[in-house]
Design a protein around this ligand. Structure first.
Ligand code: PRP
Length: 181
């Protein structure tokens, strides 16, 4: 696996440090509003599950973890913005403080759809924590309260991000060598 990586963008230690900072910020920001009931962390399978698992352990508040699975219509290479829900949340989120944990914001179309869908369920609040925000031209205008790193518009893998379902288990985030894809 490691031989397929052209360049490491974020090391395991850098990711751990940043996730700890994000968890600290979330703990402070939600301390008053969500002390009793806590927050509902939502991740979109599959890649974001790794980030959410680490982020949850850096939040010192009660946290519920829930998951959605979506599939985008279209050719599969780029998201089309039309999203079908394959697995919905298990919890009711009406009146709850919901934080969506995403691994990467690229075109923003997935999140754009998801935020509309979730907000129609009338949560008390709805925010986004994304580990990576790609510098993508014409990204949908999405208000992310927590952003881990800005990253270049390259083919990146690791820490949940895959190419053909591989490399998700790399502990760091790197650029895939072009000859691999
Ligand atoms: C990735 C990522 C986001 C989405 C971002 O998921 O986890 O959900 O793409 O892209 P966008 O901003 O252009 O909509 P993917 O569809 O690759 O599924 P995976 O998590 O199973 O790899």
């Amino acid at each position: 696996m490691h031989d397929d990586i052209a360049q490491v963008l974020f090391t395991e230690q850098e990711i751990a440090n940043r996730v700890r900072e994000m968890g600290g910020a979330i703990t402070r920001d939600y301390a008053d509003v969500a002390r009793g009931e806590g927050i509902v962390l939502v991740s979109v399978l599959r890649g974001a599950a790794i980030f959410m698992a680490d982020l949850a352990r850096q939040i010192e508040l009660p946290v519920e973890m829930d998951y959605m699975a979506v599939s985008s219509y279209g050719n599969g290479a780029k998201s089309s913005g039309v999203v079908r829900i394959l697995k919905d949340l298990s919890s009711q989120i009406e009146g709850r403080h919901v934080l969506v944990a995403e691994d990467i914001l690229d075109s923003g179309l997935t999140l754009n759809y998801l935020l509309k869908n979730l907000s129609s369920r009338k949560p008390a609040s709805l925010e986004v924590a994304t580990l990576l925000r790609k510098q993508t031209p014409a990204q949908a205008d999405i208000n992310c309260r927590y952003v881990g790193f800005e990253c270049p518009d390259e083919f990146i893998v690791g820490y949940g991000l895959d190419y053909a379902e591989r490399y998700r288990n790399l502990p760091y985030i790197g650029v895939l060598k072009p000859e691999i894809y």
